[in-house]
Design a protein around this ligand. Structure first.
Ligand code: NAI
Length: 322
């Protein structure tokens, strides 16, 4: 059994080496930066452990031996799941390692926007010391927070945000009423953007959610609202977001994720005075990273032992030859 780590940005891979060594699985490590590099590196491997590498239909077509693709992360939009299903390739993710981290990061971003922390910080460091320097501030406990996508992270966000805001409302057409906590009011998409003072995005990136937060939704927001995105960058139309920041619909936007990462330092979002940016870091704490890496690797170990990964996203048909 041979596994390949296709790409990663961890400081070292001692954790993975230990897990695979103990399981008797041969591990090879690559840093594939393109589809072609991935195809070349992954020939002859049974399982792939991927971080950012794009696993496309062409990659799968070229790698008939690969039976499982395990992703470091909860999101799996870098993997063509439909093509995996067609080829009988299992897809697995690591869904629950950083739920608390992302939820608290999103809440920290929401409160930082409302309290104008980034503007205060910039002003104080440039010698401007006055509580009025960023302009008016509204009382958070009078505001409504809105959640798009009430899954694992959205629900945890609701839980940690509920004591800071007057109301929590959420839109998620794919879950039943019983899955809405009693303190979260169910609303539709239009009402979410009309009523919330701050909207926090927690939907996966899918064909339906790509570009979903666009000019028409943003136009529904009250002037001076806020947007927090810790989900996926491509859920938001960046040009429309910039327009909403410039016309005053949005007082501020906090973004952990962007359509193209990393963000160029001269990008208009990076230069904008009312954006708050973090480098796709919402998942991160030292403990969460360890859990993420363990679970992503154990998907492969469990598949090798039982024919089924720990957290399947796509049920495959390929198993190891016995
Ligand atoms: P989840 O699958 O538990 O929840 C997603 C929720 O979104 C589901 O309840 C689903 O019904 C809902 N949803 C799907 N389409 C929708 C739509 N069109 N409108 C409204 N709701 C919709 O996923 P989880 O674990 O909560 O993660 C959410 C996303 O957060 C991930 O897909 C990933 O992209 C992102 N993420 C970001 C991280 C970061 O470091 N910034 C780390 C981990 C996850």
């Amino acid at each position: 059994m041979k596994a390949l780590i296709t790409d990663h940005d961890f400081p070292d891979l001692e954790l993975e080496r230990g897990i695979f060594r103990e399981a008797g699985i041969d591990l090879t490590i690559a840093q594939c930066g393109s589809e072609d590099a991935l195809i070349e590196a992954a020939h002859g491997f049974d399982a792939l452990l991927v971080q950012y590498a794009q696993v496309t239909g062409r990659v799968l077509q070229a790698l008939p031996r690969v039976g499982l693709v395990s992703r470091y992360g909860a999101g799996f939009d870098t993997i063509d799941t439909a093509a995996c299903a067609r080829h009988g390739v299992w897809v697995a993710n690591s869904p629950d390692y950083g739920v608390g981290e992302v939820a608290t990061h999103a809440l920290a971003m929401a409160l930082a926007l409302i309290r104008h922390l980034a503007i205060y910080d910039r002003d104080v460091k440039s010698g401007r010391w006055h509580y009025l320097s960023p302009g008016k501030i509204r009382r958070a406990s009078d505001l409504t927070v809105g959640i798009l996508g009430l899954g694992r992270i959205g629900k945890r966000f609701a839980h940690v945000a509920r004591n800071s805001f007057a109301r929590v409302i959420a839109c998620d057409p794919y879950i039943i009423d019983g899955d809405f906590p009693a303190y979260v009011e169910r609303v539709d998409l239009a009402r979410l953007f009309e009523r919330a003072d701050v909207v926090s995005l927690h939907v996966p990136l899918t064909d339906e959610t790509r570009g979903m937060v666009d000019a028409s939704l943003l136009a529904r927001m009250k002037p001076g609202s806020w947007l927090v995105n810790t989900a996926r960058g491509a859920v938001v139309n960046v040009d429309d977001l910039l327009a909403a920041l410039n016309d005053g619909t949005l007082d501020g936007a906090a973004l952990d994720v962007l359509p193209a990462e990393p963000l160029a330092a001269d990008h208009p979002l990076a230069r904008h005075p009312r954006t708050l940016l973090t480098p796709h870091a919402a998942f991160f704490s030292t403990d969460a990273e360890t859990e993420l890496r363990r679970k992503a690797a154990l998907n492969i170990v469990q598949w090798a032992r039982t024919g089924r990964p720990m957290y399947p996203v796509v049920q495959g048909t390929r198993s190891l030859p016995r």
